[in-house]
Design a binder for this molecule. Sequence first.
Ligand code: ADE
Ligand code: ZN
Length: 320
Amino acid sequence: MKNLIQKLPKAELHLHIEGTLEPKLMFRLAKKNKIKIPFKTVAEVKEAYNFNSLQSFLDIYYAGATVLIKEQDFFELTWEYLLTCKEQNIVHTEIMFDPQTHTSRGVKFETVINGISRALEKAKNELEISSFLIMSFLRHLSQKEAFETLKEAEPFKNKIIAVGLDSSELGNPPSKFKEVFEEAKKQSYKLVAHAGEEGDASYIWEAINLLHVDRIDHGIRCDEDEKLLEYLKQNKIPLTVCPLSNTKLKAVKSMKNHNILKLLKKGLHVMVNSDDPAYFGGYLNENYEALVKDLNMNEDELKKLIQNSFDASFLEGKIS
Ligand code: ADE
Ligand code: ZN
C-alpha cells in the first residue's frame, strides 16, 4: 500500500501554507530577520509540538509565523512545500493563507501574496503542479476586520479562487461572518469554512445555511447528527478531513477512533488532507499511510478518497 500511495497522483484541498513552516526554515528566517522565537533548538521545537487542543497549537503556529517578513520568505516557504508535493506525487493543491496573521504585524498584503504566487507560478512551469489560493479570515478577529481583508485582496482577485474561515473555532461560529461571506460570494469567490473540527454539528449547519460554503474544512463532528449526515450525503458536500491533525489536536482520541472511513462507507464526500504538516508529523502520504496502519484502509478506499479529492477540487473538470 505504501508504494501505491506514493505512486498515485493526488490532490490536496486543505493545507495552510503557514503550517508547512519546518523548524529548520523557522530558525533560518528568525536569524536572517532578527526575530526572537521561543525555541533554541530543533529538539525544543519538537518538544513544544505536544498539543492538547486547537488553541494550544494555534499559539505556537502564530509564534512561528512571525519569522516570515520578506516576499522571499513567503516564496521559500511555499516553494519548500511544493517540492514536497513533487516528492509525494501531489499534482494539484489548493493552499490556504492567512493574510491577517501577517498584516497585523506590519507585513503588507502584497508581500505575502506575491511571494506565495511566485512559487506557485514556478511550480506550474517547472514541477507541473497546478494550484489555487484560498484566503482565510481569522475567526477570532471581527467581521469588520474580515471585510478590511477582503478589500485589501481586491487588486489580487485574479490570484485567489476562494475565501475561507479558520483559527479558534469554539465561540466563533460561522454566523459571525455571514455578511462578509455574502459579499465574497457576490464578488464570485468560492467559499469554504472550517467547521466541526472542535465545534459541534451546529457549526457545520451554520456554515452550510448561513455562509453557503462549497466545502466544509474538517467537518468530522457531523456524525453527531443523523439529519446532517443525510444532508451532506444527499447534497454531496465535501468534507476536507485531516486525520493526523485531528489526532495531534485531540479532536479524536486516537487514529484508531477516526471516523473518516465510516463516513466514506456511509457515502459522504470525504477526502484526506494534511492541514499543517510541519506541526502534525506528516504530509499527505503520511496521512494516507496512517489510515492503512490504524484503520486497515484497503485499495478501493484509497482510490475512492483520492478520486473524491479531485472531484471536490475547484478544478471542476479543467484537468485531473
Ligand atoms: N489554522 C491553521 N490550522 C488550523 C486548523 N486546523 N484549524 C483552525 N485554524 C487553523
Ligand atoms: Zn485547517
